[in-house]
Write a protein that binds this ligand. Sequence first.
Ligand code: CTP
Ligand code: MG
Length: 254
Amino acid sequence: MSPMSPTPAEPSPSRTAAVIPAAGRGVRLGPGTPKALRALGGTPMLIHAVRAMAASRAVTLVVVVAPPDGAPEVKNLIDGHALPEHTDYVVVPGGATRQESVKLGLDALPDDVSVVLVHDAARPLVPVDTVDAVIEAVRDGAPAVVPALPLADTVKEVEPGEPGAPEPVLSTPVRARLRAVQTPQGFDRHTLVKAHTSVAVDGEGATDDAGMVEQLGSQVVVVPGHEEAFKVTRPLDLVLAEAVLARRRANDGF
Ligand code: CTP
Ligand code: MG
């Protein structure tokens, strides 16, 4: 090929959006403000989560799913915090379960989005490298990608009983084959929309979007997750999150 040959046209890159379910109350964290609006290092957890998605150059739209009656308040909150210029955002009201909230977020996506991340507002500190690794795996052709880590604890399957009562153990899966899954999970948009259209909300609904895709029979793959992508669930997790932020501030100082 001569040096003057024109470069073949690149296929236009697919637009990537992040849906952030943030409509939960945070019952396990204890009474107070909805979990996503609680402060970490003086900044609401949701703002950390939005910034974590916007930190990826690939993410040009963030859809925040707010508590059902809290969308105007959440929109004001995000308006008051700077985001990178390449990132737009919209806020929609959520539903009674995470599954319904994610569905409502997907309904708000514009037509030109072909790759979708779903990221818990409750995982405010996920590093951008993890976000980018998930996006890259989807762009490389995987219909569904989840970041995950090996488990520290051995896991037992039990026959659940009354709270506090001894529970019979049914089995002990081989720990080396288990992974604890995190977010952002990444999807080919059509695959995720199909899962959310065809899998009915059962009880508390699905807590894991990739699990819904598995139910359709599509292949889900795991990529390495990150310790800092842990979910803020119980009060001790707030202590850990504050410590991670303090460590980042200290490191930035050098
Ligand atoms: N979520 C949501 N809509 C719901 C329930 C949960 O958007 N109806 C979101 C939460 O805001 C959170 C994510 O799903 O960002 C993961 O859920 P979880 O950690 O369980 O948060 P909560 O449901 O708020 O907490 P809890 O289960 O302790 O009440
Ligand atoms: Mg919950």
